[in-house]
Ligand binder design. Structure first.
Ligand SMILES: C[S@@+](CC[C@H](N)C(=O)[O-])C[C@H]1O[C@@H](n2cnc3c(N)ncnc32)[C@H](O)[C@@H]1O
Length: 460
């Protein structure tokens, strides 16, 4: 209970801090709420019916935390300004940082300033723990089974960056990073992880639009052309998100009428469940439409060799004749899901229409090579298409067999009520991938079929 009181007090302090900022606004029609019972932290709901195109809140530029608003860059010009030859306050020479590591350093600096930081009430509502795989144990991760997301966590790479780039800056500027000298290296790495994960799940890519006249108060827009500047945007990041959404930030505007009691939902992008888990530590059913399965070329090669009963060295001989630069190692199986409508709803169902085009082209290139070496195996185009179709199906089956449990077993598992959050999310991720593999297999199994290769591109 005490925890609940503290949670609410932090929310109240944050909201009054936000409202006190010059240029900020927060509509009476919305409220920050405790969604921990749904495992969703804080969120914002409508307290009354809201028409479309209503401004829900506005964030003044000064509220954002980044290289332009924090005073850390002025204290460590050698670290932040690529043009500057200046040394930092303690006379040390520091490496230049990219936008990601710069923001981590700024967050560490503001965090250590505690009450001195103008963003203290905001830090008090940022998470201290995460449910992203970066913080999972080996056995938690095992539950992801063959999902490619396991290889994308990058914990040791992140740690290496913290150790080689951030620690030296902090250690050589202890007067700037207040009380950092009392922390061990491991504690500092832990704080860097926490800030890195906060940025991953909360930061926005911003573009400083110099052409806009109202730049002073409102010059931040979401990045559209990759000229981005990362920043933490208080209040915009209290919005949870889903694949169907009803508002957009940074000035949050309702995209369609929102009923009293409904949650205000932002859009983090067309992420598959695995990516939603990796970056944000949650999954939702609606994001399943964007699920993907990575097909490693090694699996396809195995299926190809088995299908044609040729030894691996025939495949290797073909490979040598092809331009290695043009060969892909991984292919992405995904549905055609289209862009969301302008009001945040889905435009239509997501449908798997075909196997990845680049995969089909690569298999065809190999088949052409094999035909040269063993003409009897592939006498004509009809036979080639038949082989192509079988290789696709066999590759999918091989891929499926890499997941120790079946689709049905996972479905049954999800009915249990005693699963930990992590296990449930891992099962949802792997189940989404198995579902997509099944849909892909059906492309070949259904039409028995009129033409097994129907769903393959027919170009030569
Ligand atoms: C930008 S923050 C949103 C505010 C956050 N709920 C909080 O309490 O600070 C992103 C995080 O919110 C949570 N989140 C966002 N959308 C969610 C959803 N639809 N369901 C569950 N959790 C969600 C995830 O933990 C995610 O990492």
């Amino acid at each position: 209970m005490a925890q609940g009181v503290e949670f609410d007090q932090r929310t109240t302090s944050f909201l009054s801090w936000f409202k006190s900022l010059e240029g900020a606004s927060f509509s009476d029609a919305i409220q920050i709420v405790d969604l921990r019972s749904k495992n969703a932290g804080r969120g914002i709901v409508a307290t009354q019916d809201i028409p479309a195109d209503t401004t829900l809140f506005e964030i003044p530029r000064r509220a954002i935390i980044n290289v332009q608003t924090s005073d850390l860059p002025s204290k460590l010009p050698g670290v932040f300004d690529p043009e500057s030859e200046a040394m930092d306050v303690d006379g040390g020479v520091s490496p230049q940082l990219d936008s990601w590591s710069s923001l981590i350093l700024i967050m560490i600096y503001e965090f250590f300033r505690g009450q001195e930081s103008q963003w203290k009430p905001y830090f008090d509502v940022l998470p201290e723990e995460f449910n992203t795989p970066m913080f999972w144990s080996g056995s938690d991760l095992d539950a992801l089974q063959a999902s490619a997301t396991r290889g994308k966590i990058g914990k040791s790479e992140a740690e290496e960056m913290f150790r080689s780039q951030l620690l030296p800056v902090i250690r050589s500027n202890q007067g700037v990073f207040l009380s950092s000298e009392a922390r061990t290296d491991e504690e500092l790495i832990g704080i860097a992880h926490r800030m890195g994960s906060t940025i991953m799940a909360y930061a926005f890519d911003l573009e400083n639009d110099d052409d806009r006249e109202d730049e002073e108060e409102d010059g931040w827009v979401e990045d559209r052309d990759g000229k981005s500047l990362m920043g933490m945007v208080p209040m915009a990041d209290i919005l949870n998100a889903d694949a169907e959404f009803n508002a957009k930030s940074l000035t949050a505007t309702s995209l369609r009428p929102i009923k009293a009691g409904e949650e205000i939902l932002n859009y983090y992008g067309p992420h598959p469940s695995s990516e939603l888990l990796r970056r944000y530590g949650y999954v939702t059913e609606r994001h399943g439409r964007y699920d993907v399965v990575e097909i490693p070329w090694g699996v396809v090669e195995e299926a190809l060799a088995a299908q044609l009963s040729v030894p691996g060295d025939v495949i290797s001989a073909c490979k040598e004749k092809l331009d290695e630069e043009e060969l892909e190692d991984v292919f992405v199986l995904e549905r055609d899901s289209g862009e969301p409508n302008s009001d945040g709803t889905f435009a239509g169902p997501a449908e798997l229409k075909e196997m990845p085009g680049d995969l089909q082209e690569q298999v065809k290139a190999f088949l052409k090579g094999i035909k040269k070496l063993k003409p009897d195996l592939i006498p004509d185009k009809r036979k080639r298409d038949e082989i192509l179709s079988d290789v696709m199906l066999n590759s999918l089956q091989l891929l499926e067999s890499r997941y120790p449990t079946s689709y049905i077993e996972d479905k049954i598992l999800l009915k249990r009520t005693d699963l930990s959050d992590r296990l449930r999310m891992a099962v949802e991720v792997r189940l989404g991938e198995k579902q997509l593999i099944q849909e892909a297999k059906a492309l070949f199994q259904s039409s028995s079929n009129e033409n097994a290769g129907k769903r393959l591109k027919t170009s030569t």
